[in-house]
Design a protein around this ligand. Structure first.
Ligand code: XMP
Length: 509
């Protein structure tokens, strides 16, 4: 396995993914991890990530320098390389200006990372400081026009440094360099795959839970469905799932879940109809954050009441993913600034005093999808686009009523049907309809209308932290608009949202 030390780079998850894409297991750890813990983990290699700090800043992140005495190969990227150079006796120069963007990399001397590469290819730079003097026994292995020390090596100790970012797509040969580090330098083996993960996770859950009961909330999304299926494979009937229908779901959502998840699985799901409670609690509320709070608190109450009916449960299953774990670890130890606020509704009610079972906590989203397929979960569910916990409540601008929910549900169902029909569903991060709080004038037949307006929102994204508005084909937009106006009562206008994130957010509220 490989350890990535988190020095605060926005790319450190990407580094971990690049490693895992090579079927090598990899863990991201905060820079305050102790060297004894690293020894325990027994990595075959360590990658020091980049980061926004300058090595000379007082509170810049540092890791115990005895990491360099472990006899383990180390790759330092950007700030990680500066840390290596500075700690081992070289010199870093504070930048007067940042170098940002592409540069052509000239290989100066053969190095295992550059095996089979021709000199003069594009690499992606994003740095302020740079190395100006190397520590003993290091050599320069590559330069760019502006950066003499763009790559370094201490061949004997197997320490390597790259000033550029091999993990980003724009760095040509970057993934190959990471491959060479893993297999030629660290001698890793390709033994991380979903089949082995699945078998290991099932036996771990069996061991941890024994014959005790596990309660789990299902949202209808990929993560909780995959986690529940995995737990079910381990403990069968001792898993008790609760699905709260808050009345804010999309058309056919509950039925879809019933069909997709229970098929052939014999999963124990209690469907709780709490539509009225939610609608009543939301009556007259227009403020988005108030909506979220009301929905979140009520969810916990309803869930808790149901969970209390299950006698002797000791565990709560959750579909927490690795990025959430990395982020919360960072919040306590590492320096990654928290860019995304945590949205998940229905955090563990403290009073329930249950132990957590989070079988997906080592996986990235794409790995969860692979695992879902491995577990035989229906493809429609595995590839479902994310849907927010507060559901349609934050897609109806202003007051939420049963009739406005109905309008939005119908419009949204048409939009999704057309997106799927056009083969775009999996290519988009999210695509949905928003019901606006305005009416506008139209003409239908010979009659003047004064009716509601729907906005179409469709974005591409990798992680929802940033997103681009999707360039949907005009004829598709036309078809969606026609169908919504013709088939949904009380809609006479459809608009298309062309805002990226930032400055917009994906949801409208
Ligand atoms: P924004 O709108 O902040 O959304 O760009 C980023 C991602 O988070 C989802 N989202 C939520 N998910 N509860 C959730 O479970 C929420 O309150 C919430 N708000 C936004 C959104 O759908 C997108 O995927």
């Amino acid at each position: 396995m490989i350890i990535v030390i988190d020095f605060g780079s926005q790319f450190n998850q990407l580094i971990a993914r690049r490693v895992r894409e090579n079927n090598v297991y990899c863990q991201v750890e905060p820079s305050n991890i102790s060297v004894s813990r690293i020894k325990e983990l027994n990595p075959q290699g360590i990658i020091l990530s980049g980061g926004p700090s300058s090595i000379y800043e007082e509170d810049s992140p540092k890791i115990d320098k005895s990491i360099f005495d472990l006899g383990v190969p180390i790759l330092g990227i950007c700030y990680g390389m500066h840390f290596m150079v500075h700690t081992l006796g070289g010199k870093i120069k504070k930048a007067t200006k940042r170098e940002y963007g592409f540069a052509s990399l000239d290989i100066k001397e053969p190095a295992p990372l550059f095996k089979d590469m021709e000199t003069g290819f594009q690499c992606w730079m994003s740095h302020g400081d740079s190395a100006i003097k190397l520590p003993e026994n290091f050599v320069i292995t590559a330069s760019t026009q502006n950066t003499a020390i763009a790559a370094i090596a201490n061949h004997e100790k197997k320490f390597y440094g790259l000033q550029f970012h091999p993990e980003v797509e724009h760095s040509k040969n970057g993934t190959l360099m990471i491959r060479h580090f893993l297999f030629d330098v660290c001698k890793c083996r390709e033994n991380w795959n979903m089949k082995s993960f699945c078998d290991g996770a099932i036996s771990q859950i069996k061991e941890a839970v024994g014959d005790k009961k596990v309660i789990m909330g299902l949202s209808g999304g990929v993560d909780s469905s995959v986690a529940a299926t995995l737990i079910h494979k381990a403990i069968g009937k001792n898993l008790f799932c609760i699905f709260v229908d808050n009345g804010l779901l999309r058309k056919g959502e509950k039925e879809g879940l019933e069909k997709n998840l229970t098929a052939g699985l014999d999963l124990n799901i209690k469907f709780v109809n709490a539509k009225e409670n939610f609608l009543t609690a939301l009556e007259g509320v227009t403020d988005p954050e108030k909506k979220r709070k009301i929905i979140g608190n009520l969810f916990i109450d309803v869930f808790d009441a149901q969970a209390n009916k299950i006698d002797g449960a000791e565990f709560l299953g959750q579909g927490t993913l690795y990025p959430d774990i990395i982020e919360s670890k960072s919040a306590f130890g590492g320096p990654t600034s928290i860019i995304k606020s945590h949205h998940n509704v229905g955090g563990l009610p403290e009073k329930m005093k249950l132990k957590l079972i989070e079988p997906l906590q080592l996986l990235f989203k794409d790995e969860v999808r692979k695992l879902g397929l491995e577990l035989g979960i229906n493809e429609d569910l595995v590839w479902r686009q994310p849907f927010p916990g507060p559901g349609l409540a934050i897609r109806i601008m202003g007051k939420i009523t049963a009739s406005r929910l109905e309008i939005l549900r119908d419009a949204d169902a048409i939009l999704l049907e057309e997106i799927k029909e056009a083969g775009l569903y999996r290519k988009l991060w999210q695509s949905f309809a928003v019901l606006l709080p305005i009416k506008s004038v139209g003409v239908m037949g010979d009659k003047r209308t004064f009716a509601n307006c729907i906005a179409i929102r469709a974005v591409t994204s990798n992680d929802a932290m940033t997103a681009d508005w999707a360039k949907l084909p005009h004829d598709l937009l036309g078809k969606i608009s026609n169908r919504i106006i013709n088939e949904v009562e009380n809609i006479n206008r459809v608009v298309f949202d062309i805002t990226s994130k930032p400055p917009g957010t994906i949801e409208w509220e």
